[in-house]
Design a protein around this ligand. Structure first.
Ligand code: NAG
Length: 164
């Protein structure tokens, strides 16, 4: 009897879980998206507009890359550190170069303002508009407390509030 009750409870929980999370049971396929040659990472990923293939990711050499879909591929989009030099930084995989080259660990996209929000481990929060290039500093502290090793970030598109 106890076993039968246990089985019924388990089936009920399973049906409940399927109703709550149908995506878990719908079969899924996975595809690999390779970074351009020489780029290491894929620290964080932020999609631009729902339904669009455009996405952003930060790589170890300090660049933020934009992926524009299978045909256009990857573009160098933005960087965080005004001192970043291509000669020194491009393709570097040395994490100690982060303070010089930039270290964009967290990304979030606000589709309403078309701004990419960047959490750089050394430079705090920055933002980049649709044209990319050198990102603009937003904040290095919150309520007087300096950020340390800013890592993950998200943005509420309705309020514009940034969480990191
Ligand atoms: C980075 O690596 C890629 C692939 O090896 C190469 O084509 C490119 O020229 C490199 N860039 C620099 C600045 O070394």
């Amino acid at each position: 009897m106890a076993v039968a009750v246990g089985v019924i409870v388990a089936i009920s929980l399973l049906i409940f879980a399927i109703l709550l999370y149908p995506s878990l049971v719908v079969s899924q396929s996975f595809r690999q998206l390779n970074l351009p040659p020489g780029k290491v990472g894929g620290e964080s990923i932020a999609f631009e507009i729902p339904g669009s293939p455009v996405l952003y990711t930060g790589v170890r050499d300090g660049q933020i890359l934009q992926y524009r879909g299978p045909i256009a591929g990857w573009l160098e989009f933005a960087f965080t550190n005004p001192m970043r030099s291509r000669a020194v930084c491009d393709n570097t995989t040395d994490p100690d170069m982060g303070p010089v080259c930039g270290y964009p660990l967290g990304l979030a996209y606000n589709p309403l303002t078309r701004q990419l929000i960047i959490a750089d481990a050394y430079l705090g929060l920055l933002t980049s508009g649709p044209d990319g290039r050198l990102a603009k500093p937003l904040a290095t502290a919150a309520e007087g407390v300096p950020f340390v090793a800013t890592n993950a970030v998200d943005v509420d598109p309705l309020s514009g509030n940034i969480y990191c």
